[in-house]
Write a protein that binds this ligand. Structure first.
Ligand SMILES: [Zn+2]
Length: 158
């Protein structure tokens, strides 16, 4: 997994879900279209993770996301396609774990990871991101020091 730090300061990563389970919405291009229809210049997220686990690039990492109202500065925003908790896939969780690991490592494991719901009344993401990513209450990755973390060790929902 390749990840290069943007030049803007980053100290937090936020997770989201797309609030759709429809296969025709399983693409960053649809998100981009929706967000542009809101008048934004680009999709609000930096990454979009499809049901098949493919990680698609969204907004440039050099740009602040439009994802957590009032809490966008200094963040990276990741969205997993899905609405119902039980419909997220093992492939998506493996991808988000690998992506967050790569991002955290690029910052010497100094980042914290959060759900959108921590700064919003929205139920987003709907999956148990703290368990999936193995987070402490402060949002630190518990196994950050272990570079050989196995995806199999993470509890999966399906
Ligand atoms: Zn969200």
């Amino acid at each position: 997994m390749n990840f290069s730090r943007p030049t803007r300061p980053v100290d937090r990563v936020f997770l989201h879900c797309s609030a759709s389970d429809l296969p025709e919405h399983d693409s960053v291009e649809i998100m981009r279209q929706w967000h542009k229809e809101r008048g934004w210049r680009d999709v609000g997220y930096h990454y979009f993770i499809r049901k098949d686990g493919v990680i698609e690039d969204g907004r440039s990492l050099e740009e602040t996301p439009a994802a957590q109202q009032g809490h966008n500065t200094g963040t990276i925003a990741i969205c997993l396609h899905g609405l119902k908790r039980e419909n997220f896939t093992k492939a998506q969780f493996e991808s988000v774990i690998a992506l967050c690991q790569a991002i955290d490592r690029a910052y010497d494991n100094q980042l914290t990871f959060h759900g959108h719901c921590e700064v919003s009344a929205k139920t987003c993401p709907v999956f148990d991101y703290k368990t999936v990513l193995g987070l402490t209450d402060a949002g630190e990755r518990k196994n950050a020091a272990d570079s050989s973390v196995q995806a199999e060790d993470q509890p999966m929902l399906n």
